[in-house]
Design a protein around this ligand. Structure first.
Ligand SMILES: [Zn+2]
Length: 305
């Protein structure tokens, strides 16, 4: 079982020849969840061999073009390839009307079901294995930050006990791990015979934050394992950052420090900077454990057997 995140782009506002619009593809146990869909999202997905057909959910932070220009093309390609599974698109208020209007404008008809969910503060998506939590942040338009949180797993499967009971490896193990009793050679075997429920494994988490100028969400990001956070401007360009409501290096560093995140990956850089190391140095002066996000790089949260 894989839980990782691949950066498809790191550029805010306009792409550059070597930087694409910011988007993040999270893989979780065969599912792909996309955060934003920049202009070149399809080709970026192909380069990292992530199938767009595996995408189940798309989260759009806000409706500035650089965060969802790639969406209509992606939806059209899924249709041309005869996708059958439904797809859910999450976005700020009005997401359904906006996306349907764009599709109509481009004469795109989807052959699969599109579902829409309007974002609000709190848990947006709750599955057996993970939660996705949203939080409104200040920008020129309604905009949301996200935390993807894997649930803690309670219990450790004791394989030696199962083998001692004569149970062969295979699907019966999965049932026991899921807390279901099984019948083996006429005897009912309950999960607590082969599970250690005193063991708790903490779930991993990541966060995705772009296009915001406010620091009132540190609690939201507390103890996140990997924080992908925009670092659009250097401190010398603070006025521009305020005007366009984007993050400044030193504020991002303070947020990461106060939230005690384990790792900070900087993304969504203004195209005005050629050398991103200058931004990195400003962040590292406050929060040393920071790195520049790299396009097409995959960040492993964990690989579980
Ligand atoms: Zn924006």
């Amino acid at each position: 079982m894989v839980f990782d995140a691949t950066l498809l782009g790191i550029s805010s506002s306009t792409p550059l020849k070597n930087r694409n619009h910011t988007s993040l593809a999270v893989k979780y146990d065969g599912e792909v969840i996309l955060f934003d869909a920049g202009e070149s999202v399809q080709q970026q997905l192909m380069k990292v061999k992530i199938s767009y057909m595996a995408i189940t959910k798309i989260f759009i932070t806000h409706f500035h073009a650089d965060h969802f220009l790639g969406l209509p093309g992606l939806l059209a390609t899924m249709s041309l390839h005869k996708r059958e599974e439904p797809l859910t698109i999450y976005g700020p208020n009005g997401v359904e009307k906006r996306v349907r209007t764009i599709l109509e404008f481009f004469e795109i008809q989807t052959v699969y079901d599109l579902k829409f969910v309007e974002l609000h503060n709190g848990i947006i998506c709750d599955t057996k294995e993970y939660q996705i939590i949203a939080r409104g942040v200040k920008h020129l338009l309604p905009n949301f930050a996200f935390v993807f949180k894997e649930k803690d797993s309670v219990g450790k499967f004791l394989k030696e006990k199962a083998l001692a009971l004569g149970i062969p490896e295979g699907p019966l193990y999965s049932q026991l791990k899921d807390g279901k009793a099984i019948l083996w050679k006429g005897r009912k075997i309950s999960p607590d015979e082969v599970m250690d429920y005193k063991t708790i494994k903490r779930g991993k988490s990541l966060a995705y934050v772009v296009d915001c100028f406010d620091a009132n969400y540190e609690d939201f990001l507390e103890n996140v394992d990997v924080l992908f956070h925009e670092s659009a401007f250097m401190k010398k360009d603070l006025l521009q950052a305020k005007k366009t409501r984007h993050s400044v290096t030193i504020n991002v560093a303070e947020i990461a420090k106060n939230a005690k995140v384990k790792k900070l990956v900087l993304i969504n850089f203004s195209p005005r900077y050629d050398d991103l190391n200058t931004l990195l140095h400003e962040v590292q002066s406050i929060y040393p454990d920071a790195e520049l996000g790299q396009e097409l790089k995959t960040y492993n949260l964990h690989i579980k057997q």
